[in-house]
Design a protein around this ligand. Structure first.
Ligand code: KG4
Ligand code: ZN
Length: 340
């Protein structure tokens, strides 16, 4: 069964054809990232315009790469939410029009469930339940996953998502947008114990909070900036050396990621589960992969990460999980709208 997936929840216009939920025939992503850079974050109107202008081209390319004609497609899958309303609607409208005109099923997909599926693409048989962890620009969520469409939320961020915290810290350090990849790279050369940033679980729950550590970084830069030799200038009026930038990056990252590792282990212990499945843009982080891999060997649990090209937003995960939903008899009506 060939499913065409469409993803437009944020700043990536993506389309992909996946056969039987596992075989990736095409993966086309057109990002509007370059237009958002100077604003230091995603501007919804710019993202939506990019989707509307590019979606046809992206879909045609994904069909071409897959070596298929539009008539070969058996079902259309589309991200229904969560995401930016205008962005979501551009993908949903296109998916509905295609499903209607081709007279094939439409399958609406939850973006977070799709992120979790991206780590399981190659698994022939998936064993439930497991703990799902989505770490992205919009979410930091732990769930008890009982089926591809049955997620019970165990812990969530109360303020900023982890990816958002990376992006804001990068902005404070003058590192540009998005911040995750550059902090990941700089932190490798920094000392994670150079600055004592604190990031703790919330009242013993499985929830997260990252706004405090972000503010701590801001005050640290303001209070400790103004250093000589090869300086950079920041909008916050502080100057900081490259060496300090690397140390702050490493210290922030270590503290923020440690709390995610701790809560994930706590969730597995609480529900006596030995499997952790991770997805979302931040799952590409090299230090996080190291931390989880070490813990999994030490504590004897199994951790699944997506391949690097499926960590950030893509349509492969949408088409993939849609197949599993379809097999369960799940289809959507043509009256669906964005689910924020
Ligand atoms: O999943 P995603 O592409 O979009 C959302 O659904 O939000 O995640 C984007 C986020 C951004 O905040 C970006 O800074 C972060 O993922 N990110 C990373 C890395 N690569 C991307 N964060 C930490 N380390 C990385 N290597
Ligand atoms: Zn995402």
């Amino acid at each position: 069964m060939f499913i065409l997936g469409i993803e437009t929840s944020c700043d990536e216009t993506a389309a992909s054809v996946v056969k039987n939920g596992r075989l990736v025939l095409s993966n086309v992503v057109s990002s509007s990232l370059r237009y958002h850079r100077r604003f230091g974050g995603v501007i919804p109107e710019i993202a939506t315009r990019h989707h509307v202008e590019n979606i046809d081209r992206v879909i045609f390319r994904s069909l071409h790469e897959a070596g298929l004609q539009i008539e070969d497609i058996d079902a259309i899958a589309v991200t229904q939410g969560p995401g930016l309303v205008g962005a979501l609607l551009s993908g949903i409208s296109c998916a509905k029009a295609m499903a209607y005109s081709l007279d094939i099923p439409l399958i609406a997909v939850d973006h977070l469930k799709a992120h979790v599926y991206s780590a399981l693409m190659q698994e022939r048989r998936v064993r439930f339940p497991f703990i799902g962890l989505v770490i992205s620009g919009g979410h930091t969520r732990l769930s008890l996953v009982e089926d591809f469409d049955v997620f019970k939320v165990l812990g969530d961020t109360l303020d900023d998502a982890i990816g958002e915290a990376y992006d804001k810290v990068a902005k404070i350090l003058g590192l540009g947008y998005p911040g995750g990849p550059v902090i990941d790279r700089l932190a490798k050369k920094g000392n994670p114990h150079a600055v004592r940033f604190i990031c703790r679980p919330i009242n013993g729950s499985l929830d997260f909070s990252f706004s405090g550590i972000k503010t701590a970084v801001l005050y640290y830069v303001k209070d400790n900036g103004s250093r000589p030799v090869r300086n950079r200038r920041f909008s916050y009026g502080a100057r900081i050396t490259d060496h300090e930038t690397r140390n702050i990056s490493a210290s922030f990252q270590e503290a923020a990621l440690s709390v995610i590792v701790k809560n994930s282990i706590k969730a597995m212990e609480k529900y006596k589960i030995k499997t952790l499945v991770i997805g979302g843009g931040v799952s590409a982080n090299s230090r996080f992969r190291e931390m989880i891999t070490r813990e999994s060997m030490f504590r004897g649990f199994k951790a699944y990460f997506p391949p690097i090209d499926l960590c950030s937003d893509n349509a492969v995960m949408v088409a993939g999980v849609a197949y599993r939903l379809y097999k369960k008899g799940i289809e959507s009506g043509l009256d669906i709208t964005a689910a924020l």
